[in-house]
Design a binder for this molecule. Structure first.
Ligand SMILES: [Zn+2]
Ligand SMILES: [Zn+2]
Length: 284
């Protein structure tokens, strides 16, 4: 097709002792771009005409701080792909490994987030037995297992090698058992505590509503974490069934919504005892 001609102008502008760079571009001869315009992404943003040595007026100065977008979180399928790329697990075990991570509370959500528990386990392992969390070791063992499948190496050799690796890793862990147990226990406690949080307190808007147990009766109820700050928000709870936050508030009164699982069906309800919806508990 016809040639296109584009002009690109750059200018260095000195303000005080700082140098600013600016550039603009425009199309002079449209040429083939005429036909492909929507697909080229070519845009004109010409600079006003400038001559070397021009003096410009500074209209405004702005200090801006910008951050790069963090990479997107993994979901189950992108995590599977990453594991495959890293050589972690086999076709048969990868999905199961991810399931286990969910079940043990190391990850949550469909856009996967690692929990504090996961971080503290990794931290503790890093400190005491870096081998066991290195993908290198896992990969080596997986590769050896494949070797057995293909009949390239003897299973006795592989088992002995893997056992030596694992034993030395386990020895490191064994020596640090108490420290590890303590760290992981703290994290587990914290993650359990987070589970009991139901949502922001609608009364004081400072504390959080949380499942608590009465020291006197042992019965559970909902109270505000800002009790010491004077907030008396509270609500009764059924004594049986698993209580979960639904991470949203009641449209009528603004208190958090919860679900209670007793038997097969979860029930959702507003936690506010005097909510106008109270008489209509709906079934999921
Ligand atoms: Zn409160
Ligand atoms: Zn309500």
């Amino acid at each position: 097709g016809e040639y296109a001609l584009r002009e690109r102008v750059t200018a260095d502008i000195k303000i005080g002792s700082y140098l600013f760079k600016v550039s603009g571009q425009r199309t002079i001869e449209e040429g083939w771009i005429r036909y492909y315009k929507p697909y080229t992404g070519v845009e004109d943003n010409p600079l006003p005409s400038l001559e070397k040595g021009d003096r410009l007026r500074v209209l405004s100065l702005e200090v801006a701080e910008r951050f790069e977008q963090p990479p997107p979180r993994y979901n189950q399928s992108s995590l599977l792909a990453k594991m495959e790329k890293e050589g972690i697990g086999t076709k048969a075990t990868r999905a199961e490994i991810i399931d286990t991570l969910y079940q043990r509370g190391y990850i949550v959500g469909s856009s996967i987030e690692a929990t504090d528990l996961a971080f503290s386990v990794i931290e503790a392992m890093k400190e005491h037995s870096p081998n066991i969390i290195s993908t290198e070791m896992t990969r080596e063992i997986e590769r050896a297992l494949e070797g057995i499948e293909k009949g390239e190496v003897s299973s006795a050799d592989v088992i002995e090698k893997a056992a030596t690796h694992l034993l030395s890793a386990l020895e490191g862990l064994k020596a640090a058992e108490e420290d590890l147990a303590l760290k992981v226990k703290e994290a587990a406690k914290a993650s359990l505590a987070a589970e009991d949080i139901i949502g922001e307190c609608p009364l004081c808007k400072k504390g959080q509503l949380k499942v608590l147990r009465s020291k006197k009766t042992g019965k559970r109820f909902v109270g505000c974490t800002n009790y010491k700050g004077g907030c008396r928000a509270s609500a009764p709870l059924p004594q049986k069934g698993k209580v979960r936050s639904l991470s949203r508030v009641c449209k009528v009164c603004g208190w958090p919504m919860i679900s209670i699982t007793l038997g097969r069906y979860p029930w959702r309800m507003c936690v506010n005892p005097s909510c106008p919806t109270k008489r209509k508990v709906s079934r999921l």
